[in-house]
Ligand binder design. Structure first.
Ligand SMILES: Nc1ncnc2c1ncn2[C@@H]1O[C@H](COP(=O)(O)OP(=O)(O)OP(=O)(O)O)[C@@H](O)[C@H]1O
Length: 798
């Protein structure tokens, strides 16, 4: 059966709003847009109202609201994103930027190949319907065979380069964070002095990865669809007129406005999900770290409760997200997939029906313009020429093959256009998730930067605001206030806070050959005054024993000495850090060989450069009575988890071997031989003295008195005594019952200036070199004890 059909374009967009119902159409479109905007506003208000509750906002609600604001897709997000983009793409010549360009080229190639596939598909259908075997073999076999190689190559290269881009971005950002985190002892300060980040490991590993992955895919999910929209619209406009693609685009714009309005706050939900996952992981890693102690206590059941509690929180949160996704996914599928398909069908088919009607009404109308001539054999250039000349010429297409070819080509192009717009809509929905990751990474950068800047070793408090170009996530610093906000403290009306503020004046660190504390105040991160106005000098060769009740600040003194805690007061003279070595009670054993344990923190290469030999290391093991460990299978090269394999005493002896290897000017021995037998302990101290290492020892063991010339004694109430150690008062070694300190703070009688036995059997003398009481008047009146000053409250109330 043969028939005549003329195909016209869709009426122009403006013509849609003309005609008898023009006003109604305009009003309807306006109402739709207005409804979408109103729905969005309604949703936003509903969320705010939920947070406000009954109208009285609690601090928690205010914090949550502030956090909500921080994870919105807004100017703050754009600014912070730009901050990180500058880190990941440091210059236009960097290889990351080159990869972005390469991805752009591949995306363009892919778009053109998509168009080719649509065109060729139309030709194949035409050949089948027209039973043209020659044409079929050319289009369906030879063409596809030839093009399959570049298409496959481009597709896979695209996947590869996008993944490579993600890896490059992750590498840049992670190394940037490592630089901040692992220098200036920031890792210590972030974990011990700042409470804002609980799971820095998760932020560094997972959050950075997710952030860069979503950014890399966002680029391809936005750049390609945008290009597709332009190319496919242009192509479709040739046959359907500009209205076809425009209607499709308008439909999707309206859809995305509706989806945006009803979208739950996925940004915040993503940030919360990451946080909960981090807490869950943290509980597992704590179990791994303390597995032995927990096993001894039989704490498995209790730990299960802890871990399950955290896991259940994750599950509840995931279910909540899943439910929200179900609801939003339903509306999404309905609007973006199925309703959009109907709109697409209409756009492709209406011109066919419309032109038939028009043909019946006006058989020779100019309004019916055709663009199908090339489907009946004319090539695309001919078609372009006809379109450019205005398309007024009517083309009569004979044969169903042309209709099939036209339909196949247009529907494929339209489907590609829809999917391109759909991907843009989806990318828009992805933005809140990225803003969630961005908020987490911003949190990390803010804390790392502020902590590393907020306290400098020379004691000067620099400005600890967030880095330039980053909008902070935390508006109020917590522990960092201790280092940075002395102005806040000064302004506090609270007397205790004022006292604390006066003690918190930054001191100076001066590099010297001796250790000298000049009017130094030791203050813990939670604002407890541990010691006021400490004055003492430790020349080389003078070994000092440090005693006092538990928690009085003995280790804290060394934290100040090492620069871990800020220096408050006047000045601290000390040698360069390489000349002071710290041996803690629980020695750290690194990953690696037995050799690595002794030379830590040097690497094998560094040690060899310094002339270290295996024989010398074995001699050190011999000196600490660990020959047996050195002779085990593998010797110095054996690798295992040394913290699990060695006993407490062995670990401490390894730490002493490490000390002897480094042979520093000063050694801080913080109860580092508590698990070693008395005879071995004595031998270790003798060895240290022989090596001319000046010792600062914290110990409760009377047996160690004989190795020291001076004693520093904290009273646990902010005061101390520092004096020569009289050989006559050194307890006999066999007097193991004598304890040098008590877990309780000492009675005030230690301050009355008379010679008295105090609770631990030590003697406080009147004529001490430095004798200081926290009571500055020196009278017997009640001395203010150690007070935990709740300055945080004061600052907050300010
Ligand atoms: N990171 C920290 N944040 C807050 N407070 C801390 C921190 N580290 C230590 N403290 C507190 O500082 C006080 C002094 O601690 P320190 O470790 O100096 O005690 P110590 O005299 O060495 O005690 P012990 O004899 O038991 O080892 C303690 O009350 C402790 O709780």
């Amino acid at each position: 059966m043969s028939y005549t059909l003329s195909i016209g374009r869709l009426p122009s967009l403006a013509s849609l709003f003309r005609g008898p119902h023009a006003k109604k159409k305009v009003a309807l479109t306006g109402a739709l847009v207005f409804a979408a905007l109103a729905a969005e506003e309604f949703w936003r208000r509903k969320q705010t109202a939920k947070l406000k509750g009954t109208g009285v906002q609690s601090a928690v609600e205010r914090r949550r609201q502030r956090r909500d604001r921080k994870v919105r897709v807004d100017k703050v997000f754009a600014k912070n994103l730009w901050y990180f983009i500058k880190i990941m793409f440091p210059s236009l010549r960097c290889k990351e930027f080159g990869t972005v360009i390469l991805v752009g080229c591949l995306l363009t190639a892919r778009s053109y190949l998509d168009i080719w596939v649509s065109d060729n598909g139309g030709d194949v259908v035409k050949a089948i319907v027209g039973r043209n075997l020659k044409r079929f073999i050319r289009k369906a076999v030879i063409n596809i065979l030839l093009m399959s190689v570049p298409i496959s190559l481009v597709n896979n290269l695209l996947k590869y380069t996008i993944s490579e881009l993600q890896i490059m971005m992750r590498k840049r950002l992670t190394l940037y964070f490592h630089e901040e985190y692992l220098s200036n002892q920031t890792y210590y300060k972030v974990c011990n002095l700042d409470t804002r980040i609980q799971n820095v490991d998760q932020l560094l590993s997972q959050d950075v990865d997710k952030f860069t992955t979503s950014l890399a895919t966002l680029y391809s999910n936005v750049a390609k669809p945008l290009l597709d929209i332009v190319l496919f619209s242009k192509r479709l406009a040739r046959t359907l007129g500009s209205s076809g693609p425009l209607i499709m685009i308008m439909y999707f714009l309206l859809t995305s406005a509706i989806l945006r309005a009803i979208q739950p706050p996925f940004g915040r939900l993503t940030a919360d999900e990451q946080k909960l996952e981090g807490e869950y992981r943290l509980r597992h890693s704590r179990l791994i770290t303390h597995s032995e102690e927990i096993a001894f206590y039989g704490g498995g059941k209790r730990e299960k409760l802890y871990i399950n509690e955290s896991f259940n929180k994750v599950i509840r949160h995931l279910r909540k997200i899943l439910r929200l996704r179900l609801y939003i996914g339903f509306i999404d599928s309905f609007l973006v997939k199925y309703l959009a398909t109907i709109v697409g069908y209409c756009i492709v088919s209406v011109p066919i029906f419309l032109s038939r009607t028009q043909e019946m009404d006006q058989p020779h109308s100019n309004a019916v313009s055709s663009s199908l001539s090339h489907f009946s054999g004319a090539d695309a250039d001919e078609d372009d020429r006809l379109v450019r000349t205005g398309g007024a010429k009517e083309h009569i297409i004979k044969g169903s093959e042309d209709i099939a070819a036209l339909y196949t080509r247009n529907s494929r192009l339209l489907m590609s256009l829809s999917s391109a717009i759909g991907r843009i809509v989806l990318a828009g929905k992805e933005l809140p998730r990225i803003s969630g990751y961005c908020a987490r990474v911003t949190e990390l950068e803010q804390v790392l930067y502020e902590v590393s800047q907020g306290y400098s070793e020379n004691g000067s408090n620099s400005n600890t605001g967030p880095p330039k170009g980053l909008t902070p996530v935390f508006s109020v610093a917590s522990s960092v206030d201790l280092f940075s906000s002395s102005s806040d403290l000064v302004s506090s009306r609270n007397h205790e806070a004022e006292e604390l503020s006066s003690l918190c004046t930054p001191g100076k660190v001066i590099i010297s050959d001796i250790i000298r504390f000049e009017h130094v105040n030791i203050i813990s991160p939670d604002r407890t005054i541990l010691c006021r106005d400490l004055n003492l000098e430790v020349p080389q060769g003078t070994n000092v024993l440090i005693t006092g009740p538990n928690g009085c600040g003995k280790s804290s003194l060394f934290r100040v000495l090492a620069g871990l805690w800020p220096l408050y007061g006047k000045a601290l003279y000390r040698p360069d850090s390489s000349k002071i070595f710290y041996v803690p009670q629980r020695p750290y054993l690194a990953l690696g060989t037995l050799r690595d344990q002794i030379i830590y923190p040097l690497t094998k290469e560094e040690a060899e450069e310094q002339g270290c030999t295996d024989d010398a290391l074995k001699q050190l093991l011999h000196d600490v009575y660990l020959d047996e460990v050195g002779n085990r299978k593998g010797g110095l090269d054996s690798v295992c988890d040394w913290s699990d394999v060695l006993s407490g005493g062995e670990k401490q002896r390894i730490a002493m071997a490490r000390l002897f290897y480094h042979q520093p000017m000063y050694a801080v021995l913080d109860e580092c031989t508590s698990a070693v037998s008395l005879d071995v302990e004595g031998h270790l101290y003798e060895s240290a003295k022989k090596r001319n290492i000046t010792l600062l020892t914290v110990s409760h063991r009377p047996s160690l008195w004989r190795f020291h010339e001076k004693i520093l004694r904290f009273d646990g109430q902010g005061g101390y005594t520092f004096r020569d150690l009289d050989p006559a008062e050194i307890p006999a070694i066999h007097d193991t019952n004598a304890s040098l300190s008590s877990s309780k703070p000492q009675p005030q009688t230690a301050y009355d200036g008379k010679k008295k036995d105090n609770i631990d059997g030590s003697i406080v003398e009147e004529n001490s070199s430095f004798h200081h009481s926290s009571n500055s008047s020196g009278s017997n009146s009640t001395v203010p004890g150690r007070r935990k000053l709740d300055a945080t409250t004061d600052v907050a109330s300010e």
